[in-house]
Design a protein. Sequence first.
Length: 227
Amino acid sequence: MSFVIAQVPVPSVEVAGTDARFPVRRIYCIGRNYHAHRIEMGHDDPEPPFFFSKAGDSLLPSGSNFPYPPQTENLHHEIELVVAMEKGGKDIAAEDALDCIYGYAVGIDMTRRDLQSYAKEHGRPWEAAKTFDHAAPISAIRPASEIGHPGSGRIWLAVNGEVKQDGDLDMQMWNVQEGISHLSKAFEVMPGDLIYTGTPAGVGKVIVGDVITGGIDGIGEIEITVV
Ligand code: MN
């Protein structure tokens, strides 16, 4: 097959301990998956999980400079557990979901919060707030074959060494298997999909010069510098 322009590269993520990489199809994100973050965003009503997307080419490897994006004066960090899917399906039962996972990474759902607030107020989509260039920093993936399926463990983020977010995976309202099950009712989950599974409380603003670090026990750490 030939293409009329140069073929577009497939986004991919480093896999810890190997030169091989994980090819990425879609990036799904779960909204408001930790109760305390839901409260800090002004919502306390129970509701099923909801999803939004980031473009695959918005991934940024840990250790990179993060270019401060245009059109925002309120750029926020959201530290998140990321799930990398090896298998997919429709209507995946929660008890079958862990078998579909290749591995786990540490991600940051970077958010132009002022554009998100404007979108919410005006009934507009979240794209501009969530899927701008470099909006999905991510660590290397750790295979589940090596680390298992962490259902608990500290998840934290610091700005210039000061801890801002400090939670535990067991505080998720919908755990990983429940999240995959819900997602697969709305979309056919496919190999290569990443799922950013929501952030604990403590999201906040970052500015040029900030060094953002974070980690999840048993999975790894991430670091980016806002430039
Ligand atoms: Mn998020």
